[in-house]
Ligand binder design. Structure first.
Ligand code: ZN
Length: 86
């Protein structure tokens, strides 16, 4: 498999490099609250994965921000477990 062969979902252009292919990212925006950017990627080994970048606005109060981070960690664990065991 080479970088010159692009899967149907590949966005091409500058997104492909070093044998990696990347789809056009899907962005979910919640203005003032956060954002999720999800991208399908095929590595140079042929293995595929979903790359997820999550940005969450934290409360200005440290205690609340820590509670948010703890809840976020638990929720992400649930998301990862669900994705792994379908
Ligand atoms: Zn490509």
């Amino acid at each position: 498999m080479t970088a010159s062969w692009h899967p149907e979902w590949c966005a091409g252009g500058h997104r492909c490099g070093l044998g990696e292919h990347r789809a056009e990212p899907i962005t979910l925006d919640a203005p003032g609250l956060g954002r999720v950017v999800l991208t399908r990627v095929r590595s140079s080994t042929g293995r595929e994965h979903a790359e997820v970048r999550l940005t969450v606005t934290l409360d200005r109060t440290e205690t609340v921000a820590r509670q948010q981070l703890l809840a976020l960690t638990r929720d992400l664990d649930t998301v990862l477990t669900r994705a792994l065991y379908r």
